[in-house]
Structures are given as structure tokens and as C-alpha cells.
Ligand binder design. Structure first.
Ligand code: ADP
Ligand code: MG
Length: 242
């Protein structure tokens, strides 16, 4: 059973086709790395997977929910898919705890005491138990990004999507965020991550997808792919990136 199914997805912006028939399948507990040059369509693909972008054609199914234009159906799918971006977008006027409790309270209609307990649990998972009452501007970038991950986890998603979540961070802060993601992977979360951290992709991702010009150019077991890129494009990319 696949937790994520993407079948022949096409997506255009105006006359420019950005995804040209993308298909992939991710099983429960698998970690996929999505790599490729800037502009190859990685972010668009992730955004299509949680309905932030509408596809022109093709089929997407996540955790048993088919992608749909029907708002109720879309809401169901979205509550099962967490997405974290490069920019953390925490609400500055809310404490860390309040930031995390917000979506479960509003979207899932969870009682306040339960939302609070969940918030404490997910903060512990990202190593920030002591920051429940802190405000975002009192935290480092790495800590804010970990709160953003915790906020996503509080919705108890079945699949997590990460879009270059460490790209804006200094190297020493990058490590603490990567280690949170690695722990999540070890705990069995199904994940798709867009990353420039090739070492991390090779070590943590079970499979890697190399996107090029809106298509899946190369896909395989991560170790094998990085050790032995088949296409000149991937070879060039890996070389220029490290
Ligand atoms: P990547 O994440 O791999 O860098 P993107 O998915 O962000 O690639 O972008 C793929 C292509 O789609 C780029 O050429 C980009 O300019 C274009 N694109 C992305 N989003 C939009 C949008 N909202 N409107 C128009 N073009 C877009
Ligand atoms: Mg991108």
C-alpha cells in the first residue's frame, strides 16, 4: 500500500509547463529526497501534493484521500499532510505554545487541554520543551524552524513534506534541524524532502528523485544513486553541488 501516489501530474503556469507528467509512489515509512536544480519543479510538486496548487491533469492520492476540488475532501487530505517551508512563518504575537495549538484548535476543534498536551509532546520531540511560553523573536532561526516542524506535527499528519527547510539557516543551526528530521524518519514518518544537503539525503532518504526540467529524470535507492548517477545531468548536479 502506498501512502503517497502521484500519477502523471501535469502543471502549467500560463503557457509554461512546469510539471510534465510526474509519477511517484511512496510507501508508509519511506523517506524520499527530492533534488534538482533551481526551477526544476520541486516546490511546485510538493505544493500540488497538499493542494496548494491545482494540477492541470493527473491524479494524486495521499493517505487514502484522493486530491479533489471539493473543499471538504481537500480539507481531509490536508489534515493528513504536513508541509514545512524555508520560511517558518510563526505568528510573532503568539507564544510558541499558542502557535502550535492554533491549528489543532481551529481545524481539528480539539479541546484546549488536549491541544496543550499535544503541543508539549511535539515540542519535546523537537527538543524545545522549555520554550513553550517563549515568543518567536526570542528564538534562533534553527529553533524557530523546529517550532514550525512541531506545529506541523501537532496536526498528527501521516505524511510530512519539507521544502528546503534549512536553506536559510547557518550551518550550525542546520544540523539541529536535520537531526530533528532524522529522528522523525527513524520514528517511521513518511516524508518527502526537498534538500540541498546531499549528505543528509544520501544517509537518511531511502530513495532519491532527481528532477530535471519538470520531469523525474532519475530515481533510485539513495546510496546507489549518489554513488553511481546514471544520467549526465544528475552527475553534473551532484558534482556542482558538493
Ligand atoms: P524548484 O522548487 O525546483 O526551484 P519551482 O517549482 O519553484 O522549482 O519552479 C518551477 C518553475 O515554475 C520555475 O520556472 C518557476 O519560475 C515557475 N513557477 C513556480 N511557481 C510559479 C507561479 N506561481 N507562477 C508562475 N510561475 C511559477
Ligand atoms: Mg523550490
Amino acid at each position: 500500500m502506498s501512502e503517497v501516489i502521484v500519477e502523471n501530474v501535469h502543471k502549467s503556469f500560463g503557457t509554461v509547463e512546469v510539471l510534465k507528467g510526474v509519477s511517484l509512489k511512496v510507501k508508509k515509512g519511506e523517506v524520499f529526497a527530492l533534488i534538482g536544480r533551481s526551477g526544476s519543479g520541486k516546490s511546485t510538486l510538493l505544493r500540488c501534493m497538499n493542494g496548494l496548487e491545482k494540477v492541470n491533469s493527473g491524479h494524486i492520492e495521499i493517505a487514502g484521500h484522493a486530491m479533489s476540488r471539493d473543499p471538504a475532501q481537500l480539507r481531509k487530505l490536508r489534515t493528513d499532510v504536513g508541509i514545512v517551508f524555508q520560511s517558518y512563518n510563526l505568528f510573532p504575537h503568539l507564544s510558541v505554545g499558542e502557535n502550535i495549538m492554533l491549528a489543532p484548535r481551529i481545524v481539528r476543534n480539539v479541546a484546549k487541554s488536549e491541544a496543550r498536551n499535544t503541543a508539549k509532546e511535539v515540542l519535546k520531540l523537537v527538543g524545545l520543551s522549555e520554550k513553550f511560553d517563549a515568543y518567536p523573536d526570542e528564538l534562533s532561526g534553527g529553533q524557530q524552524q523546529r517550532v514550525a516542524i512541531a506545529r506541523s506535527l501537532a496536526m498528527q499528519p501521516k505524511v510530512m513534506l519539507f521544502d528546503e527547510v534549512t536553506s536559510a539557516l547557518d550551518p550550525e543551526l542546520t544540523e539541529e534541524v536535520l537531526s530533528v528530521m532524522e529522528q522523525l524518519a527513524r520514528d517511521g514518518m513518511t516524508m518527502i524532502l526537498v534538500t540541498h544537503e546531499m549528505g543528509f539525503a544520501k544517509r537518511v532518504a531511502t530513495r532519491t528523485i532527481f528532477m530535471h526540467q519538470g520531469t523525474i529524470w532519475e530515481e533510485g535507492a539513495s546510496r546507489e544513486m549518489f554513488a553511481n548517477p546514471r544520467t549526465p545531468e544528475m552527475r553534473q548536479f551532484v558534482k556542482s553541488d558538493v
